[in-house]
Design a protein around this ligand. Structure first.
Ligand code: NAP
Length: 256
């Protein structure tokens, strides 16, 4: 299979577990196609990948357009996080302008199961208003978004994130620097040890951060679930496997 002609240069917008998986699959399946994996640079421990990487923003839509044109990108795969709306919109706008094909990996939402008590909120700000004075809150919204909760000095917060927040949190809050474990038992233990009463989460989908939701269910704790931002109407695939199938199918059809 020679995808070189069809997909001269693939730009993979990364930042998720699925993006890492995709990078490996693309490099293995299409070894003759140029692939660049792009990271925002929010975390310093970048993965080891068998593909060239670039780190940092492009400089908005204009910067991205220049990059796409100068690097002759022919396919953009947007495998950023479902809450990385700015990057997804920038990619959509730049791709539409230059008529470059764009496929977004859209992880299915988590859906409430029997035993879940979810309160759906539209924004971080709304989430920050939901819990009562004296609550003990487990927050896992990412280091960039944690500051939206800083005015709540009347609650205890255990905030988990991969790297420290830019601004220090209020006195009495606890910051836990860690990736989310997949082990539900460890999450139950964490929530129990800290006497957590409310869990705040994004509806990230996927398996890598779902254990906290299962733990909240186990302990009968309410989850304040922040709605996803609206994303552009791009072509989508629900998983890395589905995306690879889509690419293979497209190529087969094009080659007929
Ligand atoms: P964002 O708000 O959509 O992006 C902000 C800017 O970061 C973009 O405009 C772009 O800068 C740059 N950027 C983002 N992803 C990039 C990539 N893969 N390659 C190069 N540049 C990239 O997204 P965010 O600030 O990264 O994250 C927003 C929320 O999403 C976070 O609070 C976090 O919870 C969650 N999140 C995002 C990612 C991710 O994949 N980006 C991963 C994990 C979690 P320019 O405009 O200069 O090009």
């Amino acid at each position: 299979m020679d995808l070189t002609a069809e997909y001269g240069h693939i730009l993979l917008l990364a930042g998720t577990f699925e993006a890492r998986v995709l990078a490996g699959k693309l490099a293995d399946t299409f070894p003759d196609t140029r692939l660049t994996v792009s990271f925002a640079g929010a975390v310093s421990d970048l993965p080891e990948l068998n593909a060239p990487m670039r780190v940092g923003g492009f400089g908005g839509v204009k910067g991205l357009q220049s990059y796409l044109a100068s690097e002759k990108v022919t396919l953009i795969l947007d495998a950023t996080h479902p809450y990385a709306a700015q990057m997804s919109w920038n990619a959509f706008t730049a791709a539409s302008h230059l008529k470059v094909r764009l496929i977004r990996l859209d992880r299915p939402h988590w859906k409430p199961q029997t035993g879940d008590t979810w309160q759906s909120v539209a924004s971080l700000e709304e989430a920050s208003r939901t819990f009562p004075r004296g609550a003990r809150v487990f927050l896992s919204v990412g280091r960039k978004d944690v500051a939206a909760f800083y005015r709540r000095t009347d609650v205890f917060v255990l905030a988990r994130m991969i790297e420290p927040p830019t601004l220090p949190p209020p006195a009495g809050w606890q910051v836990l620097l860690s990736r989310p474990p997949k082990d539900v038992f460890r999450e139950v233990q964490l929530l129990r040890d800290n006497e957590i009463t409310h869990v705040v989460s994004k509806n990230s989908g996927g398996a890598s951060s779902y254990a906290k939701i299962e733990a909240a269910r186990t302990l009968g704790l309410p989850v304040i679930m922040i709605d996803r931002p609206s994303l552009p109407a791009s072509e989508t695939a629900a998983s890395s496997e589905a995306l690879m199938d889509l690419l293979a199918r497209t190529f087969t059809q094009a080659g007929r």
